[in-house]
Design a protein around this ligand. Structure first.
Ligand SMILES: [Ca+2]
Length: 313
């Protein structure tokens, strides 16, 4: 089988960085046709720069990086410097990127790619707010049916929320965009907090990244060390979740994840529960399933995959 073509839509973010590095380290499985940046963890000017820093860290400067939407569809941007630091990628000291940012807008790149590649051969991997994807679907309604699959990090059901008591950050930042995506009819796989909170970077697992001894392995350990400080305090646990790499790991090893095909609807009206992903886990409505909602993973297999693949960079 040829590698699967993917577009990574991202707001790096230390965990975005690990997700991207895993994809770039796995050319036999994944062909990264482009990386599209969106505002989220930090403003767009930083997320597009961070995306290029990550490509350079991986030694993959031929992957085109595009800047997309700088604010959510209908709300003010909410960022998360309290988690990720002022740069969004605090931890390692990575040099300013030398590789260029593409001139084309990320939304137009997504549209053109889906129209030029054979139908059903491009998978979208959103790791941040869904603004770029929803904008592309609104601007070019013909492309949704050409998408092979969307595998995204976002939402929560049993774990409820991390930025508000009822909402996960990516969906909360742009609930209108999420609503458009979940109603798009595309085959969707969701990595909610329910599964990412089981992908915990313990000290042993982070030591394994550091022990790779490569610039990439050491940088990943430093990034993880940085955001762990916040998460350990918040959750009172000995380890922090590594959210976004669940997306790219799923594309390589779907067998280590499990979930249910359910209906997922997004709250876009209530300020109290804005951005909540209402997942019909117990099938108590007649709303048709629109997403595979992942609930569990084999964490040891996940970290073994990450470590062996990152060792190649
Ligand atoms: Ca992210």
């Amino acid at each position: 089988m040829p590698p699967r073509k993917i577009i990574i839509d991202t707001d790096p973010g230390q965990d975005d960085a690990v997700a991207i590095l895993l994809a770039l380290a796995s050319p036999e499985d994944l062909e990264v046709v482009g990386i599209t940046a969106v505002a989220g963890n930090v403003p767009l000017d930083l997320t597009q720069k961070n995306a290029r820093k990550i490509c350079e860290l991986a030694g993959k400067t031929d992957v085109p990086v595009f800047a997309g939407c700088d604010r959510p569809l209908g709300r003010d941007l909410v960022t998360a410097e309290h988690v990720h630091g002022q740069t969004g990628l605090d931890g390692p000291d990575l040099p300013a990127p030398a590789m260029p940012l593409q001139d084309q807008h990320a939304v137009d790149f997504i549209i053109d790619t889906l129209r030029s590649e054979a139908p059903g051969t491009v998978t979208l991997c959103p790791l941040g707010p869904l603004t770029n994807i929803a904008t592309a679907f609104e601007k070019a309604p013909d492309i949704a049916q050409r998408v092979q699959q969307i595998v995204l990090m976002g939402g929560a059901y049993f774990e409820v929320g991390n930025i508000t008591p009822t909402a996960e950050f990516n969906i909360y930042v742009d609930p209108q965009a999420a609503d458009i995506v979940f109603k798009s009819g595309v085959d969707i796989v969701v990595m909610p907090l329910d599964v990412t909170h089981k992908a915990l970077v313990t000290k042993t697992r982070n030591d394994a990244f550091r022990a790779l001894g490569t610039p990439c392995g050491v940088a990943v350990a430093q990034m993880t060390d940085f955001f762990e400080r916040f998460d350990k305090e918040k959750y009172g646990s000995a380890a922090a979740p590594l959210h976004d790499p669940c997306v790219t790991a799923y594309l390589i090893r779907p067998d280590i994840f499990s979930g249910r095909k359910v209906n997922v609807a997004v709250e876009t009206q209530s300020e109290l529960t804005m951005g909540m992903t209402v997942a019909d886990w117990w099938d108590v409505t007649d709303r048709p399933p629109n997403a595979l909602f992942i609930g569990d993973l084999d964490a040891d297999a996940f970290f073994a995959l990450l470590t062996t693949r990152l060792a190649r960079l």
